[in-house]
Design a protein around this ligand. Sequence first.
Ligand code: PLP
Length: 451
Amino acid sequence: NAPTAELQALDAAHHLHPFTHGAGLRDKGARVITRAEGVWLTDSEGERILDAMAGLWCVNVGYGRKELAAAAARQMEELPYYNTFFQTTHVPAIQLAAKLAELAPGDLNHVFFASSGSEANDTNIRLVRTYWAEKGEPQRDVIIGRWNGYHGSSVGSGSLGGMKGMHAQGGMPIPGIHHIDQPDWWSEGGDMSPEDFGLARARALEAAIERIGPDRVGAFIAEPVQGAGGVIVAPETYWPEVQRIVDKYGILLIADEVICGFGRTGNWFGSQTLGVSPHIMTVAKGLSSGYQPIGGSIVNDEVAAVISGTEFNHGYTYSGHPVACAVALENLRILEEEGVVDRVREETGPYLKARFEELADHPLVGEAKIVGMMGSIALTPDKATRAPFAADAGTAGYICRERCFANNLVMRHVGDRMIVSPPLVISKEEIDTLIERARRSLDEAHAQLTE
Ligand code: PLP
C-alpha cells in the first residue's frame, strides 16, 4: 500500500464521507483500515484496534470468515446476477426467503428483498399504503415514527426516522409521516419513575392516533431498542402498552430489526426479547454480517395475501441479489450451527452486561444500559440530577470517543452517550480488554474535562 499520509491526502481530496464533519477529517486524516480478523481491525500503520461497534453494528459473526468469501465466490461463478422482477427467480433468493420465514417469529413468512435497511424501510412505506388501499381504506396512509428513531438515510426512511438534523435539510418528513417522543427516561424522564414514564411515552402513541384520526393511521414503526439514537432501552412498561394500543386500533406494527435482528439482543430478533408481535420486520446489517449489502421487509401472511392481490409497483435492480443472498444464507448457517445467538443470550451477553455495568461507578458515567450485545453509557457531570454537560452537547462524548480511538478501541458516541455493539463472537477475554480500554479512555476524558 501507499504510505498512510499519501492515502489520507487522496481521501481528503476526493472522498466524501457519510455523516462526517469535513473540516475535522481534512485536518487530521481518516484512519485507513486495511484488514480485519475476528473483532480486530488493522490499520495502515499496523495498529490493532478492537472494534466494539462491529463496523456499523453489523459484523455479527466477526471479520475474516472464509466461508462467507467462499460462498460469494461460488455464487459469482455460478450466477453472479439475475433479477427477481416479474416471473423470474433464482435459488439463493428462494432459499434465503424460506430460511427467513423459518427464523422469523409467528406468521412472518414472506420477504421482499432490498440492498439496505433504508431501502427496506422505503419498501415498508409503500407496503403499508398499498395494503390499506387494497383493503378499501386508502386514507389510512399515515405512519407514525419516533423522534430520535433511526430508520435510514433515504428521503423516505429518513422521514420515518426522527433525526432532526436530517429533517433540517428540507423536504422531510414527506407527507403522511408523524412522530411521537421517544422513551428515553434518562434524558427526558424528569421526576417521573421509569415505569410511569414508559407508560406515558407509550400513551403518546394513542394520543397521536386520536389526534390524527384512527381511520387515518396505518402503521407505527419503531426499533425494539433504539440504536443510532444512543441505545435507548425503553422502560419495561413501554412495549406492552404499545402492543395494546396497536392491537386496539388495528394498525400495523413495523419492528425495525436492522440492528436488533440476528442475535444482537440475545434472540434472533429484538421483538422476541421485548415480547412484541410485529406485522412487518425490517432486516439488514446482521443478515449478512455486513459482508454483502442486503436488507428486506419480512411481512406476515395477511399482509402478503393482500399485497399479492394487486400490482405492487416497487422493486430494486438488486432486490434478492444472488451473491448477497448466498452470503446471507451462509452467515445464517454460521450463526445457527455455531450457536452464536444462544451464546449471546446465555454466556457472553451476561458476561458483557456484568462487566459493562461496572462502568457505572466511574465519575463520568450516569447509567450503563445493555441488552444482549448492544449497550450505552450516559456521560454526565452530575449523576444525581442526570444533568447534561453544559453548552456544546456532544463534546464529552466526542472527547471520550477520541480517547477510545487513541487507545485502539472503536466505540461510537451519540451526544454524550457512548455505545458498544461488538461482533457477537467476542470472547470473554476480549470483553475484558474492551472494558479495560473503555475505562482508561473514560479516565483520560474525565481528566481532560475537569482540568
Ligand atoms: N434501521 C435501523 C434501525 C438502522 O440502525 C439503520 C442503519 O443504521 C437503518 C435502518 C438503515 O440501514 P442502511 O444504513 O443499511 O440503509
